[in-house]
Ligand binder design. Structure first.
Ligand code: PMP
Length: 408
């Protein structure tokens, strides 16, 4: 019998301890009542909540977990560094070693900077582009997420109109809309910001067309603006470089975070020499940005990704899950819309405009020990072995059966 009594009590306390429960993207309030809010433990591709329920976790810390939670080699490197020094008066030489590692692995990288969160990294890219070009206008895709700073947070509460000045939008994969925005920016264009693929919430995901990626590159080349790749969510899930290397286009500036230290807090900006001067002019820093545990963890993460063939592993686990879910759906008389790359899947139902099937299905899956998200892309990690995916599919079968009973 699935129960989350402890979780409900914790959530009640959270209502007064925090302004209004847990905030931001990890608030369970926007999910089904069956999704737990608090977790007690995480290991490999699994989570345990405070009531002792175990889940195969397909959110992977919203992308921070790439190799598996508590990866032994990453944790060993982090713990070792923790006992030496973390946040000190200056960084350890690991910072330099890690920057040199990024500069050698990421095709466009002539230099690297570190921060803590994805928003730090996208903001550094934007400031660098403005400092370098002397221009103000940035062009962002309609509906894309780039973080929670006033310039980009999706909710306008607490944001002044001035924070959003100098921004124009385009539609992802729509070259004409991008060209129109560039024309409108005229001689004030500082940057075009792109996501590696369209991974907006609630809507089908889209891989970039080659023409779109090349057009974005060409428009930046002809105007001198920066092509900024927001690789915060995707970095290292497709390649040990910036994700558009897989479509043959390199950005000028790239923001990474999430998985680059397998769960330890780190954000990375890589840039080319055209933007070195701009990057060196901006003032940006943070009390914890030079802490060395995350640098040690990131170096160990990069080594483990290579040693373990993690990128290939998550691709094949994602394919296995996608095929298995399709088979189960068909067997129960449903049709899924699975979009985006299979290692970062979004799973929706056909004929489900009101999200009824999706919400019901996901809640049923959670109760059977498979943590799914109804409207955000999910994440596969390297600890989702063939056996784990097979187990997840077996557990999910009951959710499809319950869905069939409910919706016929
Ligand atoms: N860009 C993208 C594409 C993201 O997915 C996120 C985080 N979900 C961010 C930026 C912001 O990262 P953070 O929450 O670490 O500030």
């Amino acid at each position: 019998m699935y129960e989350i009594e402890n979780d409900l009590k914790l959530r009640e306390r959270a209502q007064t301890a925090f302004p209004s429960g847990v905030y931001g993207h990890q608030a369970s309030a926007s999910l089904s009542p069956k999704h737990p809010q608090f977790f007690a433990r995480a290991e490999g591709g699994h989570l345990w909540d405070t009531d002792g329920n175990e889940y195969i976790d397909f959110m992977c810390g919203y992308g921070t977990n790439l190799l598996g939670y508590c990866h032994p080699k990453v944790d060993e490197a982090a713990i070792k560094q923790q006992s030496i020094a973390d946040a000190a008066t200056g960084p350890s030489p690991l910072m330099l070693e890690l920057a040199e590692t990024f500069n050698s692995k990421v095709a466009h990288a002539d230099w690297t900077m570190f921060a803590k969160n994805g928003t730090d990294a996208t903001t550094i890219c934007l400031m660098t582009a403005r400092a370098q070009t002397g221009n103000n206008t940035v062009i962002v895709a309609d509906g894309a997420y780039h973080g929670a700073a006033p310039w980009c947070t999706p909710n306008m509460a607490g944001v002044s109109p001035a924070d959003r000045e100098n921004q124009l939008t385009y539609n992802y994969n729509d070259i004409e809309s991008l060209r129109a925005a560039v024309a409108e920016a005229g001689d004030d264009l500082a940057a075009i910001i792109v996501s590696p693929f369209k991974h907006d919430v609630f809507v089908d995901q889209e891989w970039p067309t080659e023409d779109f990626a090349k057009a974005a590159r060409q428009l930046c080349d002809s105007t001198g603006a920066a092509l900024i790749l927001d690789d915060v969510r995707c970095a290292f899930r497709f390649t040990l470089g910036s994700s558009w290397e897989t479509v043959g286009v390199t950005p000028d500036l790239c923001a990474m975070s999430k998985s680059v230290a397998n769960g330890y807090s780190l954000a990375v900006v890589t840039g080319n020499d055209k933007f070195r001067e701009g990057a060196s002019q901006i003032y940006t820093t943070g009390s914890f940005w030079f802490a060395s545990v995350s640098f040690a963890a990131s170096l160990a993460t990069i080594a483990a990704i290579e040693e373990e063939g993690a990128i290939e592993a998550i691709q094949s686990a994602g394919d296995q899950l996608r095929i298995g879910l399709d088979e189960l759906a068909t067997a129960h008389g449903f049709k899924l819309r699975q979009t985006g790359p299979s290692q970062m899947p979004l799973v929706l139902f056909e004929d489900d405009d009101m999200w009824e099937k999706n919400n019901f299905f996901v809640a049923e899956a959670v109760q059977r020990g498979v943590y799914l998200h109804p409207w955000h892309n999910m994440f596969i990690c390297a600890a989702h072995t063939e056996e784990v995916i097979a187990e997840a599919l077996q557990r999910t079968e009951g959710a499809f059966a319950a869905l069939k009973q409910q919706f016929g």
